[in-house]
Design a protein around this ligand. Structure first.
Ligand SMILES: [Zn+2]
Length: 255
Protein backbone atom coordinates (compact mmCIF):
# COMPACT_ATOMS: atom_id res chain seq x y z
CA UNK A 1 0.00 0.00 0.00
CA UNK A 2 1.14 3.53 -0.74
CA UNK A 3 2.72 5.64 2.03
CA UNK A 4 1.68 8.88 0.32
CA UNK A 5 -1.26 10.56 2.02
CA UNK A 6 -2.76 12.08 -1.12
CA UNK A 7 -2.94 8.63 -2.77
CA UNK A 8 -4.89 7.12 0.17
CA UNK A 9 -8.63 7.34 0.73
CA UNK A 10 -9.62 9.44 3.74
CA UNK A 11 -10.76 6.47 5.85
CA UNK A 12 -7.57 4.45 5.41
CA UNK A 13 -5.55 7.60 6.11
CA UNK A 14 -7.48 8.27 9.35
CA UNK A 15 -7.06 4.68 10.54
CA UNK A 16 -3.29 4.92 10.05
CA UNK A 17 -3.07 8.19 11.97
CA UNK A 18 -5.27 6.89 14.79
CA UNK A 19 -3.10 3.76 14.99
CA UNK A 20 -0.14 6.07 15.74
CA UNK A 21 1.59 6.46 12.37
CA UNK A 22 3.96 9.46 12.35
CA UNK A 23 3.44 12.06 9.61
CA UNK A 24 6.46 13.01 7.50
CA UNK A 25 6.12 16.40 5.78
CA UNK A 26 8.43 16.88 2.75
CA UNK A 27 9.49 20.48 2.17
CA UNK A 28 11.00 21.47 -1.18
CA UNK A 29 11.23 24.45 -3.53
CA UNK A 30 10.74 25.58 -7.10
CA UNK A 31 14.28 26.63 -7.86
CA UNK A 32 16.64 26.54 -10.83
CA UNK A 33 19.00 23.54 -10.73
CA UNK A 34 21.14 24.26 -13.78
CA UNK A 35 20.42 23.24 -17.36
CA UNK A 36 20.53 19.53 -16.61
CA UNK A 37 17.70 19.27 -14.05
CA UNK A 38 14.13 20.57 -13.59
CA UNK A 39 12.88 23.20 -11.16
CA UNK A 40 11.19 20.82 -8.70
CA UNK A 41 14.27 18.78 -7.71
CA UNK A 42 14.05 19.68 -4.00
CA UNK A 43 10.34 18.86 -3.84
CA UNK A 44 10.41 15.48 -5.59
CA UNK A 45 13.62 14.36 -3.82
CA UNK A 46 12.35 15.24 -0.34
CA UNK A 47 9.05 13.49 -1.14
CA UNK A 48 10.72 10.29 -2.39
CA UNK A 49 13.28 10.17 0.44
CA UNK A 50 10.42 10.68 2.90
CA UNK A 51 8.59 7.83 1.15
CA UNK A 52 11.56 5.49 1.50
CA UNK A 53 11.87 6.39 5.19
CA UNK A 54 8.11 6.09 5.79
CA UNK A 55 8.13 2.48 4.56
CA UNK A 56 10.81 1.64 7.12
CA UNK A 57 9.12 3.32 10.11
CA UNK A 58 5.43 2.83 9.26
CA UNK A 59 4.79 6.54 8.66
CA UNK A 60 2.49 8.44 6.32
CA UNK A 61 4.04 11.05 3.97
CA UNK A 62 1.96 14.22 3.69
CA UNK A 63 1.48 16.05 0.41
CA UNK A 64 4.68 18.07 -0.06
CA UNK A 65 5.28 21.76 0.56
CA UNK A 66 6.02 22.54 -3.10
CA UNK A 67 7.44 26.07 -2.89
CA UNK A 68 10.18 27.11 -0.48
CA UNK A 69 11.87 30.10 1.08
CA UNK A 70 13.92 32.40 -1.18
CA UNK A 71 16.99 30.89 -2.78
CA UNK A 72 20.13 32.51 -1.45
CA UNK A 73 23.24 33.16 -3.46
CA UNK A 74 25.56 31.25 -1.12
CA UNK A 75 23.40 28.11 -0.96
CA UNK A 76 21.10 28.05 -4.01
CA UNK A 77 22.46 30.50 -6.56
CA UNK A 78 20.10 33.30 -5.55
CA UNK A 79 16.51 34.38 -5.91
CA UNK A 80 17.23 36.62 -8.90
CA UNK A 81 17.57 33.66 -11.28
CA UNK A 82 14.80 32.91 -13.78
CA UNK A 83 12.47 30.06 -12.84
CA UNK A 84 13.22 30.26 -9.13
CA UNK A 85 9.86 31.03 -7.52
CA UNK A 86 9.88 31.47 -3.76
CA UNK A 87 7.74 32.35 -0.76
CA UNK A 88 8.36 35.05 1.84
CA UNK A 89 9.63 33.66 5.14
CA UNK A 90 6.42 34.40 7.02
CA UNK A 91 4.46 32.39 4.42
CA UNK A 92 6.71 29.32 4.87
CA UNK A 93 6.34 29.73 8.64
CA UNK A 94 2.56 29.97 8.35
CA UNK A 95 2.35 26.91 6.08
CA UNK A 96 4.48 24.87 8.50
CA UNK A 97 2.39 26.02 11.46
CA UNK A 98 -0.93 25.32 9.67
CA UNK A 99 0.16 21.84 8.66
CA UNK A 100 1.24 20.91 12.19
CA UNK A 101 -2.13 22.15 13.48
CA UNK A 102 -3.97 20.14 10.82
CA UNK A 103 -2.12 16.88 11.44
CA UNK A 104 -2.56 17.34 15.21
CA UNK A 105 -6.29 17.83 14.58
CA UNK A 106 -6.32 14.52 12.69
CA UNK A 107 -4.80 12.89 15.77
CA UNK A 108 -1.10 12.70 14.85
CA UNK A 109 1.25 12.91 17.82
CA UNK A 110 4.55 12.49 15.94
CA UNK A 111 5.35 14.82 13.05
CA UNK A 112 8.63 15.17 11.18
CA UNK A 113 9.60 17.73 8.53
CA UNK A 114 11.85 16.21 5.85
CA UNK A 115 13.58 19.25 4.38
CA UNK A 116 15.04 19.18 0.87
CA UNK A 117 15.82 22.90 0.38
CA UNK A 118 18.64 24.45 2.42
CA UNK A 119 16.94 27.85 2.94
CA UNK A 120 13.66 26.47 4.38
CA UNK A 121 14.99 25.19 7.64
CA UNK A 122 14.61 28.08 10.12
CA UNK A 123 11.15 28.97 8.81
CA UNK A 124 9.94 25.39 9.24
CA UNK A 125 11.44 25.47 12.73
CA UNK A 126 9.59 28.70 13.56
CA UNK A 127 6.27 27.31 12.26
CA UNK A 128 6.74 24.14 14.29
CA UNK A 129 7.58 26.12 17.41
CA UNK A 130 4.57 28.44 17.05
CA UNK A 131 2.19 25.52 16.46
CA UNK A 132 3.55 23.68 19.47
CA UNK A 133 3.07 26.75 21.68
CA UNK A 134 -0.51 27.21 20.44
CA UNK A 135 -1.41 23.56 20.87
CA UNK A 136 0.17 23.42 24.31
CA UNK A 137 -1.95 26.32 25.54
CA UNK A 138 -4.97 24.48 24.09
CA UNK A 139 -4.11 21.47 26.25
CA UNK A 140 -2.31 19.28 23.70
CA UNK A 141 0.70 17.89 25.60
CA UNK A 142 1.70 14.78 23.68
CA UNK A 143 2.83 16.25 20.36
CA UNK A 144 6.43 15.84 19.21
CA UNK A 145 7.86 17.53 16.13
CA UNK A 146 11.16 16.63 14.50
CA UNK A 147 12.95 18.58 11.77
CA UNK A 148 15.76 17.36 9.56
CA UNK A 149 17.49 18.03 6.27
CA UNK A 150 18.13 14.74 4.49
CA UNK A 151 21.77 15.48 3.53
CA UNK A 152 22.70 15.66 7.23
CA UNK A 153 22.14 11.86 7.29
CA UNK A 154 24.89 11.09 4.80
CA UNK A 155 27.78 9.75 6.91
CA UNK A 156 31.47 10.61 6.46
CA UNK A 157 32.36 7.24 4.91
CA UNK A 158 29.73 7.78 2.20
CA UNK A 159 30.97 11.34 1.64
CA UNK A 160 34.51 9.97 1.13
CA UNK A 161 33.22 7.46 -1.44
CA UNK A 162 31.14 10.09 -3.23
CA UNK A 163 33.73 12.85 -3.31
CA UNK A 164 37.16 11.20 -3.71
CA UNK A 165 38.65 14.59 -4.69
CA UNK A 166 37.35 16.36 -1.57
CA UNK A 167 33.98 17.62 -0.36
CA UNK A 168 33.16 21.36 -0.65
CA UNK A 169 30.25 21.38 1.86
CA UNK A 170 26.48 20.91 1.60
CA UNK A 171 25.78 24.59 0.90
CA UNK A 172 27.78 24.37 -2.36
CA UNK A 173 26.05 21.11 -3.30
CA UNK A 174 23.25 22.97 -5.08
CA UNK A 175 22.81 21.21 -8.44
CA UNK A 176 25.96 19.15 -7.77
CA UNK A 177 26.84 15.48 -7.22
CA UNK A 178 24.35 14.78 -4.39
CA UNK A 179 21.19 16.04 -6.04
CA UNK A 180 22.16 14.96 -9.55
CA UNK A 181 23.03 11.41 -8.37
CA UNK A 182 19.74 11.08 -6.45
CA UNK A 183 17.85 12.33 -9.51
CA UNK A 184 19.70 9.87 -11.78
CA UNK A 185 18.72 7.03 -9.46
CA UNK A 186 15.10 8.04 -8.80
CA UNK A 187 14.02 10.13 -11.82
CA UNK A 188 16.55 9.46 -14.63
CA UNK A 189 14.10 10.63 -17.29
CA UNK A 190 14.24 14.15 -15.78
CA UNK A 191 18.05 14.54 -15.98
CA UNK A 192 20.06 15.45 -19.09
CA UNK A 193 23.73 14.72 -18.33
CA UNK A 194 24.78 16.16 -21.72
CA UNK A 195 23.84 19.59 -20.34
CA UNK A 196 25.87 19.47 -17.10
CA UNK A 197 28.10 22.51 -16.76
CA UNK A 198 31.38 21.01 -15.50
CA UNK A 199 32.89 24.15 -14.00
CA UNK A 200 34.88 24.58 -10.77
CA UNK A 201 32.94 25.09 -7.48
CA UNK A 202 31.60 28.62 -6.98
CA UNK A 203 33.79 31.02 -5.02
CA UNK A 204 31.50 33.14 -2.86
CA UNK A 205 32.26 35.69 -0.15
CA UNK A 206 31.71 34.79 3.51
CA UNK A 207 28.90 37.36 3.76
CA UNK A 208 25.68 38.26 1.93
CA UNK A 209 25.08 41.39 -0.13
CA UNK A 210 21.66 42.77 -1.10
CA UNK A 211 20.70 43.44 -3.83
CA UNK A 212 22.73 40.45 -5.01
CA UNK A 213 25.60 40.90 -7.41
CA UNK A 214 24.53 38.40 -10.11
CA UNK A 215 28.11 37.89 -11.30
CA UNK A 216 28.94 36.07 -8.03
CA UNK A 217 26.74 33.12 -9.10
CA UNK A 218 28.23 30.84 -11.80
CA UNK A 219 26.42 31.21 -15.15
CA UNK A 220 25.14 27.62 -14.83
CA UNK A 221 23.24 28.46 -11.62
CA UNK A 222 24.92 25.43 -10.00
CA UNK A 223 27.38 26.00 -7.15
CA UNK A 224 29.37 22.86 -7.92
CA UNK A 225 29.58 20.44 -10.83
CA UNK A 226 27.26 17.46 -11.16
CA UNK A 227 29.52 15.86 -13.81
CA UNK A 228 30.68 13.08 -11.45
CA UNK A 229 27.11 12.12 -10.52
CA UNK A 230 25.93 8.55 -11.19
CA UNK A 231 22.79 6.55 -10.50
CA UNK A 232 24.90 4.16 -8.35
CA UNK A 233 25.96 7.05 -6.13
CA UNK A 234 22.32 8.08 -5.90
CA UNK A 235 21.31 4.59 -4.81
CA UNK A 236 24.02 4.55 -2.15
CA UNK A 237 22.97 8.00 -0.92
CA UNK A 238 19.32 7.05 -0.71
CA UNK A 239 20.02 3.81 1.17
CA UNK A 240 22.38 5.38 3.69
CA UNK A 241 20.39 8.54 4.32
CA UNK A 242 17.01 6.85 4.65
CA UNK A 243 18.38 4.10 6.94
CA UNK A 244 19.93 6.69 9.26
CA UNK A 245 16.84 8.91 9.14
CA UNK A 246 14.66 5.91 10.00
CA UNK A 247 16.88 5.10 12.97
CA UNK A 248 16.67 8.68 14.29
CA UNK A 249 12.89 8.86 13.83
CA UNK A 250 12.35 5.43 15.44
CA UNK A 251 14.52 6.44 18.37
CA UNK A 252 13.05 9.92 18.90
CA UNK A 253 9.42 8.86 18.56
CA UNK A 254 9.91 5.61 20.49
CA UNK A 255 8.41 3.51 17.67
ZN1 LIG B 1 18.19 21.55 -4.64
Amino acid sequence: MTVYMEELDAFTYSEKIRAGAPVLIPAGSIEQHGRHMPLHVDTILSRRIAGETAREVGAVVSAPITYGYKSQQRSGGGNHLPGTTSLDGEVVTTIAKSLVNEFARHGATNICFINGHFENYQFLYEGADLALRELKSAGVEDLRIMLLSYWDFVDDATIDRLYPDGFAGWDLEHGGVLETSLMLHLFPEQVDMTKVDDGPPAILPNYDILPVRPELTPASGCLSSGADATAEKGKLLLQHASARMSAAITNEFGL
